[in-house]
Design a protein around this ligand. Sequence first.
Ligand code: CA
Ligand code: CA
Length: 200
Amino acid sequence: MVLVAFAPGGIAQMSTDVRLNSSPAGSSASEVPKIAAVGPTVYVAWADRRHGPLSDIYCNVSHDSGTTWRATDIRLDTDGPGAGASERVQLAATGDSVFAAWDDARDGAPDIYLNYSLDAGVTWQPSDIRLDTDCAGAAISAVPQIAISGDSIVVVWEDYRDGQADIRANVSSDGGLTWLDADSVSTATTRASPCRARRC
Ligand SMILES: [Ca+2]
Ligand SMILES: [Ca+2]
């Protein structure tokens, strides 16, 4: 995971690139980085295989426009390290809040998980949040995208619970504190998941 900063006009501002993953250089795969920034605060998240073949999600943060970074990166998925493949992370940030969503196979088929920080990436939630609301691991929920507008955060993904993929969404209207009990489908028919009504 290497970052190079450019000023407008393309003039490089750093004499060397910077490695953002704090695992030993070249020791394991850190892949598919995503980046978001608000003012001088820059967030980078990626999938990381330092704990084995099943990737976890790691993040690093700069508070000075990419000049310096945390000495130790942060793992955002909160099950056991390397216990389930966590991939395809996406980031969105506003103010001092940053949200990361990814798909995660800890329970079988991938589900959509989220973690967030309200203090510019310094601290994150001790437990990540599953956003797809059918039974955990029962059907593929993958390839999330995330957007923020004011206090509303929307995460969308492709979901195979009913056969071919639908596009589903979950929404927070309070800055990420609470989310819908039932995600909604692209046909605009919000319906309570039968798995929330019965034991999965
Ligand atoms: Ca994981
Ligand atoms: Ca699922």
